[in-house]
Design a binder for this molecule. Sequence first.
Ligand code: C2E
Ligand code: MG
Ligand code: MG
Length: 736
Amino acid sequence: MTALALTRLIEPGEARAGQRILIVEDDARMRTSLRLLLDGPGRKIVEVGNGSTAIGILEMEHVDLVLLDIGLPDMSGVDVMKWIVTHRIDTSVMIVSGDDRFDVAVRALRFGAVEFVRKPDDLDDLPAKVDNTLQRRRLKAEHALMTARLEQSERLHRFLIDNSPDIVYTLDQRGHFTFINRRIESLLGFDPEALIGQHYATVVHEDDRDLARHVLNERRTDSRASSNIELRLKQNGDVHATREKHFIVTMVSAIGLYAESGADQVRGQRFVGSYGVARDITERKMAEETISFQALHDQLTQLPNRRLFKDHLELAMAQAERYAAMVGVMFIDLDRFKLVNDTHGHLEGDELLINFAKRLRNCVRAGDTVARQGGDEFTVLLPEIGQAEDATTIANKILEELRAPFQVGGQDFLATASIGISLYPRDGDNADLLLKNADIAMYEVKANGKNAFQQFAPEMSLIYQERIELENDLRRAINNAEFVLHFQPRISVSHDRVVGVEALIRWQHPTQGLLHPSGFIGLAEASGLICAISDWVLDDACARLARWQRAGHSEIRMSVNLSPLDFQRDDLVERIASRVASFGLPPDMLEIEITENLLLQDIPDVIEKLRQLRSRGVRIAIDDFGTRYSSLNYLRRFPINSIKIDQSFVRDIFAEERVSPIIQAIVGIARGFGLHLVAEGVETPFQQQVLAEQGCDEMQGFLYAAPLPAVAVEAMFGCSIAALAASRHESIAKSA
Ligand code: C2E
Ligand code: MG
Ligand code: MG
């Protein structure tokens, strides 16, 4: 900002203060008569007899008027005048002289004398001339004061305008600049002089030209005149190459300018142009935009958040209604995301979410909205779809897009997703309901094995409701220890007695009675509660095994079922080994049953964990063998002790077919890989006979005993197969 130099101005009072007159005359009589002639109120008259005294006074004091004689004893009156001029003394000089030579008069006037009065002839006129001179002097001083004031005021305004933080401009009637302050240069890089005569559009952002027409060259002057209108002004070239955007946002206020008269008058006034002020609000605007973006977007993925999604959804519903179209809502959950977070850490988890979000965006059209609801949950809005299939096409596309692995911690990670779809208006007439129903459909996918999509169906709601309740119950059950283990004996045909038991969990539900695992294990897995349950099962089974060992049933082996999710825990091996150690169990008396599912999922380190368990002596069995996986490759890769023939194959053994090809194949496999073989679900003596003939020695099934409480099973240890079957018969007969 340039400094403003302001001159000190003489105050009006100073100009009118008492008039001071100096009489310089060597003739004392003449001096007296001059004074008598001129004296009056408000006047101060000083008389001196020579030039040097006069100079002494002029040097010291202010004098308005000097009445100067030419012929002085010490110097000429002209010399006094010379001195006055060279010393820039602000005073008026009137020559009063007896010397009326023309050249004297000319010299005196040349040195600035205002009058030449001859004495004694002209003295009559003297009072009037003095009055006149003093009057003129006063007028001149006042005029000088006014001029200085105006100049100063002009300079002040100029200064204020040029140093204004705002752009200040005037336009003529045609919208051409007639004035613009220097601020335009620092803000937009335009030379203000070069802009004079140019149309205002030169500085307006292309997209705001229409708006500018009503704002910049405003014609109104009343309250309707443009006030605080946002307008973007563009930058000249790249003055601010550092700024990403080549414009600034301004707040413009403008009014019309009118002259009182003229040719094209409107109501007595002639429009001459406009005056306006534009304030740079770019920073504030950017801050506002950032704040509102943050309020409506997810920080991690930059996707719209739940709130913005709902806004978009509501808008889409309103539009769909108008065009009788449908709106699709997808609820997408990234399967096994927790696994990534738990095994690789949150940074890798975040990275996966960001990349997943990108892929999702690639699957949809520009007008669709992909939003993050939170965690690993995303939603997609498909406005204006013609038919339900359009949504499933996109769901397919998303699942397809996920087939390529993501990079997580430098490794390939195959992410899958569960997608639920709801449609407006079919599945709900408001945003919340549509989202909820898409979520319910998604939940259904999760419960049925994930990595797929489902359209919402009304019957899902009830199941969902029940499931939510059950999940809450399950949480409580873990704390209240509402579980109990039943044990199903496993017999050896050749040894003709019980050689082991399988621990099977039951839930003593407070209102629903004894629940079987099929009713809650899936839910426990889906809700992440399974690990706590497995801990409890391991504890209880190991404690039981230890007790039986101490009771002398050292030949009884305990089988415990684990969920694939248990293998996602890094400390699985520790959890099992520590129990074996603390209960003092022979490790090979504990067998872990896993399903083929586990081997199918690419959970990190599954083989490693199984190997470690094996190396500590714990046995591994594959449950429900033959139901899932056709390749036998994993039997070579995984350190397995035994396989359990699934009960569906055993069930297929009927009297007509003595030889089941599947059983034959499984027996062959077990033999080939040196694996121990167990048959599950043996219900008839015939099934036992066929299996035994084929070479399967160990069996489990209702033929011998159902899963029973520990005490009941313990009573069976040492009994023969015939005895078991008989008591089983008896108990069935009793219960019937
Ligand atoms: P599974 O491990 O294959 O267990 C055998 C299932 O077959 C048991 O059902 C058992 O009651 C039933 N069963 C036994 N003999 C016969 C028979 O002769 N005929 C028929 N039709 N069924 C028979 P349950 O107890 O309902 O367990 C079902 C599944 O739940 C188990 O299948 C197992 O995969 C899972 N499970 C049980 N307990 C646990 C547990 O503690 N943890 C985990 N993760 N899963 C468990
Ligand atoms: Mg089992
Ligand atoms: Mg089984």
